[in-house]
Design a protein around this ligand. Structure first.
Ligand code: T46
Length: 179
Protein backbone atom coordinates (compact mmCIF):
# COMPACT_ATOMS: atom_id res chain seq x y z
CA UNK A 1 0.00 0.00 0.00
CA UNK A 2 1.88 3.02 -1.26
CA UNK A 3 -0.49 5.90 -0.67
CA UNK A 4 -4.09 6.83 -0.12
CA UNK A 5 -5.92 9.16 -2.50
CA UNK A 6 -9.00 11.06 -1.35
CA UNK A 7 -12.13 10.86 -3.50
CA UNK A 8 -15.18 13.11 -3.79
CA UNK A 9 -16.92 11.11 -1.05
CA UNK A 10 -15.70 11.88 2.48
CA UNK A 11 -13.83 8.90 3.93
CA UNK A 12 -13.66 6.88 0.68
CA UNK A 13 -10.09 6.46 -0.55
CA UNK A 14 -8.33 4.89 -3.52
CA UNK A 15 -5.28 3.04 -2.24
CA UNK A 16 -2.31 2.69 -4.56
CA UNK A 17 -0.99 -0.87 -4.08
CA UNK A 18 2.59 -2.03 -4.07
CA UNK A 19 3.04 -3.79 -7.42
CA UNK A 20 6.14 -5.06 -9.22
CA UNK A 21 6.58 -6.97 -12.45
CA UNK A 22 9.44 -9.16 -13.65
CA UNK A 23 10.03 -11.78 -16.32
CA UNK A 24 7.94 -14.27 -14.28
CA UNK A 25 4.88 -12.00 -14.09
CA UNK A 26 3.93 -9.68 -11.21
CA UNK A 27 3.53 -9.30 -7.46
CA UNK A 28 0.91 -7.06 -5.79
CA UNK A 29 0.46 -6.45 -2.06
CA UNK A 30 -3.25 -5.82 -1.39
CA UNK A 31 -3.28 -5.18 2.36
CA UNK A 32 -0.69 -3.66 4.75
CA UNK A 33 -1.93 -3.17 8.31
CA UNK A 34 0.71 -0.65 9.45
CA UNK A 35 -0.15 1.66 6.54
CA UNK A 36 -3.86 1.54 7.43
CA UNK A 37 -2.96 2.50 11.01
CA UNK A 38 -0.67 5.33 9.83
CA UNK A 39 -3.50 6.62 7.63
CA UNK A 40 -6.01 6.29 10.49
CA UNK A 41 -8.26 4.08 8.36
CA UNK A 42 -9.85 1.64 10.82
CA UNK A 43 -9.81 -1.92 9.53
CA UNK A 44 -9.76 -5.30 11.31
CA UNK A 45 -10.26 -8.21 8.88
CA UNK A 46 -13.25 -10.46 9.68
CA UNK A 47 -13.64 -12.26 6.37
CA UNK A 48 -12.74 -12.11 2.70
CA UNK A 49 -14.46 -13.29 -0.45
CA UNK A 50 -14.39 -12.79 -4.21
CA UNK A 51 -16.82 -12.84 -7.10
CA UNK A 52 -16.37 -13.41 -10.83
CA UNK A 53 -18.75 -11.63 -13.21
CA UNK A 54 -19.40 -11.32 -16.91
CA UNK A 55 -19.57 -8.10 -18.90
CA UNK A 56 -22.85 -6.26 -18.34
CA UNK A 57 -23.33 -7.40 -14.73
CA UNK A 58 -24.14 -4.88 -11.98
CA UNK A 59 -23.77 -6.02 -8.36
CA UNK A 60 -25.10 -3.74 -5.63
CA UNK A 61 -25.77 -1.41 -4.06
CA UNK A 62 -24.90 -3.27 -0.86
CA UNK A 63 -24.05 -2.48 2.76
CA UNK A 64 -24.58 -4.00 6.19
CA UNK A 65 -26.54 -1.97 8.75
CA UNK A 66 -25.61 -1.67 12.42
CA UNK A 67 -24.73 -3.54 14.53
CA UNK A 68 -23.02 -5.52 11.73
CA UNK A 69 -22.03 -2.55 9.57
CA UNK A 70 -18.52 -2.85 8.19
CA UNK A 71 -15.65 -1.27 6.37
CA UNK A 72 -14.56 -2.88 3.08
CA UNK A 73 -11.40 -2.96 1.07
CA UNK A 74 -12.11 -4.07 -2.49
CA UNK A 75 -9.89 -4.61 -5.50
CA UNK A 76 -10.21 -6.02 -8.99
CA UNK A 77 -7.85 -8.95 -9.52
CA UNK A 78 -8.55 -9.48 -13.21
CA UNK A 79 -10.79 -7.86 -15.81
CA UNK A 80 -12.21 -4.33 -15.64
CA UNK A 81 -15.05 -2.66 -13.76
CA UNK A 82 -16.33 0.65 -12.46
CA UNK A 83 -16.61 0.58 -8.68
CA UNK A 84 -19.63 2.64 -7.59
CA UNK A 85 -20.05 4.18 -4.16
CA UNK A 86 -23.03 6.07 -2.70
CA UNK A 87 -22.87 8.02 0.55
CA UNK A 88 -25.88 7.10 2.76
CA UNK A 89 -24.66 8.82 5.95
CA UNK A 90 -27.30 11.42 6.74
CA UNK A 91 -24.89 13.88 8.41
CA UNK A 92 -22.13 13.49 5.80
CA UNK A 93 -21.25 16.56 3.70
CA UNK A 94 -21.46 14.21 0.69
CA UNK A 95 -24.75 12.52 1.63
CA UNK A 96 -26.46 11.24 -1.53
CA UNK A 97 -23.37 11.69 -3.67
CA UNK A 98 -22.17 8.78 -5.83
CA UNK A 99 -18.87 8.27 -7.62
CA UNK A 100 -17.48 5.76 -10.11
CA UNK A 101 -13.87 4.54 -9.73
CA UNK A 102 -12.41 2.48 -12.63
CA UNK A 103 -10.54 -0.61 -11.33
CA UNK A 104 -8.63 -3.44 -13.01
CA UNK A 105 -6.75 -3.57 -16.27
CA UNK A 106 -3.18 -2.44 -15.79
CA UNK A 107 -3.80 -0.27 -12.72
CA UNK A 108 -3.24 -1.52 -9.18
CA UNK A 109 -5.59 0.23 -6.80
CA UNK A 110 -7.89 -0.88 -4.01
CA UNK A 111 -10.81 1.13 -2.64
CA UNK A 112 -11.41 1.71 1.07
CA UNK A 113 -15.16 1.81 1.77
CA UNK A 114 -16.12 3.08 5.24
CA UNK A 115 -19.30 2.23 7.12
CA UNK A 116 -22.38 3.95 5.73
CA UNK A 117 -21.34 3.75 2.10
CA UNK A 118 -23.42 1.65 -0.31
CA UNK A 119 -21.12 -0.31 -2.62
CA UNK A 120 -21.62 -1.78 -6.07
CA UNK A 121 -19.92 -2.11 -9.42
CA UNK A 122 -20.58 -2.49 -13.13
CA UNK A 123 -18.54 -5.03 -15.07
CA UNK A 124 -16.83 -3.98 -18.31
CA UNK A 125 -15.16 -7.28 -19.34
CA UNK A 126 -15.98 -10.99 -19.09
CA UNK A 127 -14.41 -12.99 -16.23
CA UNK A 128 -13.84 -9.94 -14.03
CA UNK A 129 -12.85 -10.92 -10.49
CA UNK A 130 -13.49 -8.66 -7.49
CA UNK A 131 -12.06 -9.45 -4.07
CA UNK A 132 -13.42 -8.07 -0.80
CA UNK A 133 -11.88 -7.75 2.62
CA UNK A 134 -14.58 -6.89 5.20
CA UNK A 135 -14.38 -5.96 8.87
CA UNK A 136 -17.49 -7.81 10.06
CA UNK A 137 -18.83 -11.23 9.16
CA UNK A 138 -21.80 -11.63 6.84
CA UNK A 139 -25.07 -11.12 8.74
CA UNK A 140 -28.04 -11.81 6.45
CA UNK A 141 -30.41 -9.86 8.71
CA UNK A 142 -28.17 -6.79 8.32
CA UNK A 143 -27.29 -7.28 4.63
CA UNK A 144 -29.27 -4.53 2.89
CA UNK A 145 -29.25 -2.60 -0.37
CA UNK A 146 -30.50 0.30 -2.47
CA UNK A 147 -31.84 -0.13 -6.00
CA UNK A 148 -28.98 0.41 -8.43
CA UNK A 149 -30.72 2.95 -10.71
CA UNK A 150 -32.66 4.88 -8.06
CA UNK A 151 -30.07 7.57 -7.37
CA UNK A 152 -28.43 10.16 -9.58
CA UNK A 153 -25.56 8.14 -11.10
CA UNK A 154 -24.26 7.98 -14.66
CA UNK A 155 -23.88 4.21 -15.24
CA UNK A 156 -22.15 3.04 -18.41
CA UNK A 157 -24.23 -0.14 -18.37
CA UNK A 158 -27.76 -0.13 -19.79
CA UNK A 159 -30.06 -3.13 -19.06
CA UNK A 160 -27.59 -4.86 -16.71
CA UNK A 161 -27.67 -8.44 -15.50
CA UNK A 162 -28.82 -8.20 -11.87
CA UNK A 163 -29.59 -10.75 -9.14
CA UNK A 164 -33.26 -11.08 -8.16
CA UNK A 165 -32.35 -9.64 -4.77
CA UNK A 166 -30.68 -6.60 -6.29
CA UNK A 167 -33.76 -5.93 -8.45
CA UNK A 168 -35.98 -5.82 -5.36
CA UNK A 169 -34.08 -3.30 -3.24
CA UNK A 170 -35.87 -0.09 -2.16
CA UNK A 171 -35.15 3.13 -4.01
CA UNK A 172 -32.77 5.66 -2.47
CA UNK A 173 -35.72 8.04 -2.02
CA UNK A 174 -37.68 5.45 0.01
CA UNK A 175 -34.68 4.23 1.99
CA UNK A 176 -34.56 5.31 5.66
CA UNK A 177 -30.87 5.34 6.44
CA UNK A 178 -29.67 4.08 9.83
CA UNK A 179 -26.30 5.84 9.32
C1 T46 B 1 -21.60 -11.56 1.16
C2 T46 B 1 -22.06 -12.96 1.40
C3 T46 B 1 -23.00 -13.57 0.63
N1 T46 B 1 -23.38 -14.85 0.92
C4 T46 B 1 -24.33 -15.50 0.06
C5 T46 B 1 -25.60 -14.74 -0.22
C6 T46 B 1 -25.93 -15.16 -1.62
O1 T46 B 1 -26.65 -16.37 -1.59
C7 T46 B 1 -24.59 -15.40 -2.27
C8 T46 B 1 -24.11 -14.24 -3.10
O2 T46 B 1 -24.29 -13.10 -2.32
P1 T46 B 1 -24.64 -11.75 -3.04
O3 T46 B 1 -25.61 -12.01 -4.15
O4 T46 B 1 -24.95 -10.71 -2.02
O5 T46 B 1 -23.22 -11.40 -3.68
P2 T46 B 1 -22.90 -10.05 -4.44
O6 T46 B 1 -24.09 -9.52 -5.13
O7 T46 B 1 -21.67 -10.32 -5.23
O8 T46 B 1 -22.58 -9.03 -3.26
C9 T46 B 1 -21.25 -8.60 -3.11
O9 T46 B 1 -21.05 -7.57 -4.00
C10 T46 B 1 -21.52 -6.28 -3.59
C11 T46 B 1 -21.13 -5.27 -4.65
C12 T46 B 1 -21.03 -5.92 -2.25
O10 T46 B 1 -20.54 -4.81 -1.94
C13 T46 B 1 -21.28 -6.94 -1.23
O11 T46 B 1 -20.50 -6.68 -0.04
C14 T46 B 1 -20.97 -8.34 -1.65
O12 T46 B 1 -21.73 -9.18 -0.83
O13 T46 B 1 -23.66 -15.62 -1.19
C15 T46 B 1 -22.84 -15.57 1.96
O14 T46 B 1 -23.22 -16.73 2.20
N2 T46 B 1 -21.91 -14.99 2.73
C16 T46 B 1 -21.48 -13.72 2.49
O15 T46 B 1 -20.61 -13.23 3.20
Amino acid sequence: MKNKIATEIAGVFKIELFHVGDDRGSFTKVFHGPSMKDWELPFELAESYFSVSQKGVVRGMHFQIPPEDHEKIVYCNTGKLNDVLLDIREDSPTFGKSISLPLGGSDRYAVYVPKGIAHGFEVLEDNTMMTYLVSSAHAPECDKGILWNSFNHDWETQNPTLSQRDQEFPSFENFKTPF
